[in-house]
Ligand binder design. Sequence first.
Ligand code: ZN
Length: 115
Amino acid sequence: MLERLDRLPAGRWARLRDDVRRCRLRRGAWYPVLSLGEDEVVVVVRHESAIVPQVYLEIVTTRPNRWTVIADERYAVCPNCAQRVAVGTLPEQMRCGQCSGVFEFEPQPDISTIR
Ligand SMILES: [Zn+2]
């Protein structure tokens, strides 16, 4: 059962909000949502389910298809396989060396707001 979790047709995806650090989820990576409770969310993390407080998460209902940019640590996270890639100046789009997917980047805030 556990090894099949990743193949469930998830209708929602979640990632950590930018200011959350104390959690087993990796910054910038999207995780399929198994179920959505009132205060807690069950997500699939490395083939296992994990319960995370809903306030920690940003939740979307369409499959993410853009690189998440972690500006202060200068890397991007693949929306498909969660691979981390170091980036400097962002190109228009980038191919993931892990899954070969080609994705654009999320719109970035003004450079002056990057810590
Ligand atoms: Zn990838």
